[in-house]
Design a protein around this ligand. Structure first.
Ligand code: PGA
Length: 244
């Protein structure tokens, strides 16, 4: 078992490769169950998928699951991942909203919400492919360094590095929520396929540790080495610390 790595010169080409992979899957299986991510990296992929929809690709039968949401933000909050998904993808395609699932961060009992989210994945008979990003500290979703390999959807505290990295989406670092509800490592590892996208030199160290380092909670993405079908799509900068 090892991670398959593909590299391209530019982030745009990474976006094309990811969008092609997802579009091919939907063409093959219109009922595909697709795991989605937020952050800046998949935006190009979503733009291209929306374009594919305008050229005839239907998303009407797919089911989606998102990795995470900030605790305390309502789905209507402009910085919530619910809003992000609406803006970048769901409002641009013919997806059936009742089959899009994002953990809710504004419920009374977030632990119960985690269990509910896991049950929905089970009811959908699992995820066919999960699209991921990676944090500069090696996190996947909000599974920060130190997380457990057998973790499932739960509430976590964000690492300081993540608060700093994500403050670019907020008016100030103080506004970044300190907690999130996130799919666990085990939730992600249960997907049939995993496609991780990374672009930029600030990801190079985390990518190198994930691909060639020891499997360790110090770099949560390194757990992906144990997956049977995991591919990293990288631009040259993100791949710069990997051996050619
Ligand atoms: P990014 O975030 O795509 O905005 O770089 C990725 C992540 O933190 O997982």
């Amino acid at each position: 078992m090892s991670i398959t790595v593909h590299t391209w010169p530019t982030p745009e080409e990474v976006g094309v490769a990811a969008a092609d992979t997802i579009a091919d899957l939907i063409e093959e299986n219109p009922h595909a169950v697709i795991g989605l991510a937020t952050g800046s990296t998949p935006i190009e992929t979503y733009r291209l998928l929306a374009e594919r929809h305008r050229h005839g690709l239907s998303f009407s039968q797919i089911t989606t699951f998102n990795l995470d949401e900030y605790v305390g933000l309502s789905p209507e909050h402009p910085k919530s991942y619910h809003c992000y998904m609406d803006d970048h993808l769901f409002s641009q395609i013919d997806v059936d909203r009742s089959r899009t699932h994002i953990p809710k961060g504004d419920v009374e009992d977030v632990n119960l919400e985690g269990e509910r989210f896991e049950r929905k994945i089970t009811n959908a008979e699992g995820v066919d492919i999960w699209l991921l990003g990676i944090g500069p500290n090696g996190h996947i979703a909000f599974n920060e360094p130190g997380c457990a390999r057998d973790s499932r959807t739960r509430v976590v505290q964000l690492a300081n590095e993540t608060i700093t990295a994500n403050s670019r989406f907020f008016d100030s670092p103080d506004e970044v929520p300190r907690f999130a509800i996130t799919a666990g490592i085990d939730t992600i590892m249960a997907a049939d396929r995993i496609l991780l996208l990374a672009c930029g030199s600030n990801k190079a160290k985390a990518v190198a540790e994930a691909v060639t380092g020891p499997t360790s909670p110090d770099c949560p993405a390194s757990f992906l080495q144990e997956h049977l079908d995991c591919t990293f799509l990288l631009d040259d900068s993100a791949a710069s610390l990997l051996e050619p």
